[in-house]
Design a protein around this ligand. Sequence first.
Ligand code: PEP
Length: 254
Amino acid sequence: MRKNIVAGNWKMNCSLPEGKKLASEVIHMVQDEVQNNAQIILIPPFIHLTGIHSLIGSSSNIFLGAQNCHQESNGAFTGEVSAAMLVSCGASHVILGHSERREYFHETDELLASKVKFALDNGLTPIFCCGEKLEVREAGNHENLVRSQVDEALFGLSEEEIQKVVIAYEPVWAIGTGKTASAEQAQEMHAFIRNQIASKYSQGVAEEISILYGGSVKPENAREIFSQADVDGGLIGGASLKSRDFTNIVKAFD
Ligand code: PEP
């Protein structure tokens, strides 16, 4: 059963005290105000995971995620963090393939396929990001590009495995730019991805997978985007750093 999800990717922002303040505010506002049962995922930098995990405590709808993990279990990989380490800090989710990792750290779909598999094998839910750059959309190649990202990184998974993955469609031209895809553009791409999964696996499998939209989601546009038939929530960057904005985005599901 597809779940509604709002995930906040803090990226490389917030000292530990700032992160704890932000998380506490979100947790309290969500508890006091939110009337829906969307899953909320807080995704701070690695070093804040344990601190934020203790604030989340036993909340049943707030989860902890990481922004990346390595594709090996352990070893001489200075500066890297394994999936098992994330689990030991309380993380249940991990973003994989964010466009910033693809762009600045040269992550390929082949590499991401191994990260996704490794995350799943360690009990983490991957939030797999896909999406096209502006020039690709302008050339009309966005569907082909997203098809190959999903195909190469996810379609080696079994039917059981892929149902545990969350997909985030994030047009790169909308990330951090203030320029949001229209609700129609988002719906079109989400339906495209869901159909692709249905063709490879089955309609039943495709219906199990939450597909989030990411790219300049704000309290003002969240309701319209989230109301689209194939949009199951959002991956939120900038607005996740403001507790009021992030909570109001979650409330778009009320
Ligand atoms: C993101 O980085 O995944 C993102 C969607 O950022 P923003 O909301 O700031 O566009």
